[in-house]
Design a protein around this ligand. Structure first.
Ligand code: PMP
Length: 430
């Protein structure tokens, strides 16, 4: 029989050390919000492959669509021989993106690739080079996206130099002492110290920081950022790789802004486990690069397009946007009850079903926001895994537990997972 320990030993011997792993578990099979490991142990999955499984593991409709596509063709390269699923997916994403203007779409394979291309497109349109990203932001592991990422350890360390003309402003984070005014002032500082606004092509911002800790960008801040962008002819890019595909209660989180970004990057849950990503944006901007300037051998793979179209149908049929809102509310209510009982939980927050809690050391029986507790967070993850729940941490201080459970999970399974989380939080208190 196979064991996790044996497979971990083979992994350590054969796979580069730099690839991290949250849990020392090897999967055997998975369905919706449950996974079974190679030793036959069952887990409730609150990680969803890092925000990829809003429609659950192996949704039958997604699998059926992929199987049908496998019987027709698997690859032609869209730049050689085109196929309808690519065009249909582009039409659907254009219709879903907010903004009172026409849109076009470019398909790629990973989130980082979408962000790379959004920057290329913004530069081609504006004929400017500068990009302003935010502290704590995460945009991927390629050179440009690492440059944009606002966290050195473990992502950027040892890999530089990164492309020039990238600057970091402060992300507003009330809990950790950065007000909206502070964040806006930090942009003015960049204009004063580093680059004139006339040379800035784009701002790139996550509607809710993902890897950075599930901090929601205040709508008031986004509106002011939009105004600043308009004032200086700068584009606004919403990186929705983690927030998109219904996680936050709307298809794109930026639908809740009341102002539209010029470009949106999206990936992860849009195809329910198959690798595809997109840049969706204003037609005039999207059409700036010359023919041949955009693309990729596998970009917009027909298999992944078929999966993405099936995901969109599942969202309609199962009303997953409403589910995302209701589920988020339910999870937040339960986490808030746990926070009243356990003083180490210093904050519960989120948007739709993108929910997190943040753990701190206590002083006089109260969470101290100056003492993020990453060790406690890791203990909770281990306690939960032992009890059959897969959790993920995140955050600039490593002290946030995030919930990315499939929206298709039953109420009973959600509550089972939350009960285990509750027990694990209690067990992990020092
Ligand atoms: N942007 C954001 C906001 C992300 O959360 C991620 C992945 N965690 C990426 C970009 C990179 O996506 P990928 O890993 O698919 O390249």
């Amino acid at each position: 029989a196979k064991s996790n320990a044996d497979l971990m030993a083979r992994r350590r011997a054969a796979v580069a050390r730099g690839v991290g792993q949250a849990h020392e578990i090897f999967v055997d099979r998975a369905a919706n919000a449950e996974v079974w490991d190679v030793e036959g142990k069952r887990y409730v999955d609150f990680a969803g492959g890092i925000a990829v499984l809003n429609t659950g593991h192996c949704h039958p409709e997604v699998i059926a669509a992929v199987q049908e596509q496998l019987g027709l063709y698997t690859h032609t390269c869209f730049q050689v021989l085109a196929y309808e699923p690519y065009v249909e997916l582009a039409e659907k994403l254009n219709a879903l993106a907010p903004g009172d203007f026409t849109k076009k779409t470019l398909l790629l394979s990973s989130g980082a690739e979408a962000v790379e291309n959004a920057v290329k497109i913004a530069r081609a349109f504006t004929r400017r080079s500068g990009v302003i990203a935010f502290s704590g932001g995460y945009h991927g592991r390629t050179m440009m996206t690492l440059g944009l990422t606002g966290k050195v350890q473990p992502y950027k360390s040892g890999f530089g130099p990164f492309p020039a003309e990238v600057f970091h402003a402060q992300f507003p984070n009330e809990l950790h002492g950065v007000s909206i005014e502070d964040a806006l002032a930090s942009i003015e500082q960049i204009f004063k110290n580093d680059i004139e606004p006339e040379r800035v092509a784009a701002f790139i911002v996550e509607p809710v920081q993902g890897e950075g800790g599930f901090y929601v960008a205040p709508v008031e801040f986004i509106r002011q950022l939009r105004a600043l962008a308009d004032q200086h002819g700068i584009l606004l890019i919403a990186d929705e790789v983690q927030t998109g595909a219904g996680r936050t209660g709307t298809w794109f989180a930026c639908e809740q802004w009341g102002v539209a970004p010029d470009l949106i990057t999206t990936a992860k849950s849009m195809a329910g486990g198959f690798p595809i990503s997109a840049v969706v944006g204003r037609t005039s901007v999207m059409d700036a690069p010359n023919p041949g300037g955009l693309g990729g051998t596998y970009a917009g793979s027909p298999i992944a397009c078929a999966a993405a179209l099936a995901v969109l149908r599942v969202f309609e049929k199962e009303q997953l946007l409403a589910r995302s809102q209701a589920l988020g509310e339910h999870i937040r209510t339960r986490l808030s009850a746990m926070a009243r009982e356990l003083p180490t939980i210093g904050d519960v927050r989120g948007l739709g079903a993108m929910v997190a809690l943040e753990l701190f050391a206590t002083v006089d029986g109260k969470a101290d926001v100056h003492k993020p507790d990453a060790a406690l967070t890791q203990r909770v993850l281990r306690e939960a895994a032992q009890r059959g729940l897969i959790l993920l941490s995140c955050g600039s201080y490593g002290n946030v537990i995030r919930i990315l459970v499939p929206l298709t999970a039953s109420d009973a399974l959600i509550d089972e997972g939350l009960d285990v989380l509750h027990a694990s939080l209690k067990a992990a208190q020092a």
